[in-house]
Write a protein that binds this ligand. Structure first.
Ligand SMILES: [Zn+2]
Ligand SMILES: [Zn+2]
Length: 622
């Protein structure tokens, strides 16, 4: 508390010579330049407290900015970008050193704020490495001393200007991404971090600091070692790896994970039961748990599944119960309790590889462990799955009715029972969506309204398949519905107008030209058995209705039959002789019924009209 008050009390002394800051200048650079321009020996001479002169050292970037922003003659009050950079967490900034581009410095004698980010290592304008240590003696350059003679040993900055080193293209792109969050084409298309993934500057710095520390800082893993200050010289070998992680579509990250895993295998005595790889992904999940980093997590999950399978088959010494308990691998029973999902669902998810599992052996018993982190990731998906009965009950349908609407493909995205799925799977979302579509056209109905079940009775067999077609018409608003106030809030709650329903039946009765076989028998004046026989041997063409599984005959085909064929009894009756006499008469003329050569005799003798054409006595009949 005292400290905050202290810095509030600080103010700036306005010297004789003033000027406004460069738009990307660091506040410290400005303060030092101001002191220099006025021939002050120290920049702290410019700062004063309420009680008088300021005796402290140079303030950090944010405090310096807070001081300068109050004085419009410095120009800092409108430098929004500088404000953003200065308010980054302290461990995102290089506080005890100074980074700069020697070529930029030669053009304009001031230090840019952007160079002081821990993720800054190159100048994008000149495509050279930044400098942070004296090229003459190797001493780290301090920001708190003289701007142009920052080396403790008194080596001048101007001497360093000749020493520049070009930066490789990969690292140029990496720097571009880290600073701007943007990659130009074609690099963006190959990158793990697409431009559309909004990652803020601070998040990018933190990702940088996180990824850069593996695996070399392993012995110090317990501490928050990533706030360690890296010299540019130390960064150089690490950046190539980082570029391959961020600029390639997954392969670089995969290789990186592989390297961590290899590190564990070669350093078993050091890492024991705390492998670097596990530490890495657990830390990653803790720190980078927002959607932008999903792609990283997916690769980690994939890698874990490969890695663990490998572990088990090779009987790696790492793998034992203690390890499994400690690191996210839990038995199925525990998983179902912890995440309240059913064992059947979890087993299904394992089968589908939605969650990662591993088989373990304990006292000659084999059992399955699941990776808790992967369940957590898939929880939404898992909870969204409902089975046939759950879906059917939610909709308020009977099993038969639900089968009908599935049969009419009302849930095309549902997973059908196949050899790898035992049962139907529906998504809760699609079931709710289906109901919403049915309910969306509700309107008050004045006349008599009936339930869907009652409507089915009214429809009878005239529209097929009745229920799917009716629901489809409701969804499309062709038939209006009202909602009965009840507890179901499903299809049972729907009511349709009886009048509208009747009209709908007329409009949709596409079976009105079709005859059932008993109807055919009646029309032909034969008994039903014979009608079925004629249909069975194909003399009368029929169609199978998939929903009712009944056969229907169109009027056209019935007409065709009567045009081509004639019954013996019919002709005999017409010319008033017995059937027996007629058949003998025709046989003498070598005219036989159509089943003459067939093993299957028809119960009723049928002649083709064509064959009877020459018979004079039948002239008027056929
Ligand atoms: Zn430069
Ligand atoms: Zn030096």
């Amino acid at each position: 508390m005292r400290r905050r008050n202290e810095s509030k009390e600080l103010s700036l002394y306005k010297p004789l010579i003033t000027f406004i800051a460069y738009e990307d200048e660091s506040p410290t650079s400005y303060l030092l330049r101001l002191a220099e321009a006025n021939s002050y020996n120290s920049a702290s001479w410019l700062i004063r407290t309420e009680s008088g002169g300021y005796k402290g050292g140079l303030l950090n970037y944010n405090k310096t900015f807070q001081l300068l922003v109050n004085f419009p003659w410095t120009g800092f009050h409108y430098l929004e970008k500088i404000k953003e950079l200065c308010s980054l967490p302290t461990n995102n900034l290089v506080n005890n050193g100074l980074r700069y581009c020697p070529l930029c410095l030669r053009e304009n004698r001031y230090y840019r704020m952007i160079w002081q980010l821990k993720s800054s290592f190159a100048c994008l304008k000149h495509k050279v490495w930044l400098i942070d240590s004296c090229p003459q003696c190797g001493e780290i350059i301090q920001s708190k001393t003289n701007l142009y003679c920052p080396c403790k040993n008194g080596h001048l900055v101007s001497k360093n200007q000749a020493i520049t080193e070009e930066i490789p293209r990969e690292l140029y792109l990496l720097q571009q991404y880290l600073l701007s969050g943007y990659l130009s084409k074609p690099e963006s298309t190959y990158s793990l971090l697409a431009n559309k993934a909004k990652i803020t500057l601070q998040e990018r710095i933190e990702l940088f600091l996180f990824l850069i520390k593996w695996p070399h800082s392993v012995p110090k893993l317990e501490g928050r070692s990533y706030s360690k200050h890296y010299k540019i010289k130390e960064l150089k070998p690490l950046l190539e790896e980082l570029a391959s992680i961020l600029l390639s579509k997954g392969l670089g990250f995969w290789r990186f994970l592989y390297k961590l895993n290899q590190f564990d295998k070669t350093n078993q005595s050091v890492v024991k039961y705390k492998p670097v790889f596990v530490k890495f992904y657990r830390d990653f999940y803790n720190q980078f748990n927002t959607p932008q980093y999903r792609i990283f997590r997916e690769i980690i999950e994939k890698f874990i599944s490969c890695y663990w399978q490998w572990q088990i088959t090779k009987r790696n010494v790492f793998y034992n119960e203690k390890f499994a308990d400690n690191y996210n691998w839990i038995p199925i029973k525990q998983a179902t309790q912890e995440y309240s999902i059913s064992p059947t669902l979890l087993k299904k998810a394992i089968k589908e590889k939605l969650v990662i599992s591993s088989i373990s052996k304990k006292e000659n018993r084999i059992f399955t462990l699941v990776h808790a982190e992967s369940i957590k990731m898939q929880l939404h998906k898992l909870r969204n799955i409902v089975n046939f009965t759950e879906a059917q009950q939610r909709l308020g349908l009977t099993k038969k009715q639900f089968s009908q609407i599935i049969g009419s493909n009302h849930f095309p995205e549902a997973k059908r029972p196949g050899y790898d799925f035992i049962k139907w799977q529906f998504s809760k979302e699609s079931i709710e969506h289906y109901l919403r579509c049915l309910f969306k056209n509700k309107t008050p109905i004045q006349e008599e309204a009936v339930t869907i079940a009652e409507a089915m009775k009214v429809v009878g067999g005239s529209v097929r398949p009745a229920l799917p077609k009716l629901l489809e018409s409701i969804k499309e608003g062709f038939i209006s519905v009202t909602i009965q106030r009840d507890n179901y809030k499903n299809i049972k709650s729907l009511r349709v107008s009886r009048e509208q329903l009747k009209q709908w039946i007329v409009d949709n009765d596409d079976m009105k030209d079709y005859l059932t076989i008993p109807q055919v028998a009646k029309l032909l004046n034969i008994n039903q058995e014979i009608a079925y026989q004629l249909v069975n041997i194909g003399l009368i063409t029929c169609q199978l209705d998939n929903n009712s599984k009944k056969r229907f005959v169109s009027e056209t085909f019935l007409e065709l039959f009567t045009k081509e064929y004639v019954f013996l009894s019919e002709i005999a009756k017409a010319i008033r002789i017995t059937s027996r006499t007629l058949i003998t008469y025709l046989a003498k003329k070598e005219i036989y019924p159509i089943d003459h050569l067939s093993d299957k005799k028809l119960r009723l003798k049928v002649f083709s009209r064509e064959s009877l054409k020459e018979i004079i006595i039948l002239k008027d009949i056929v």
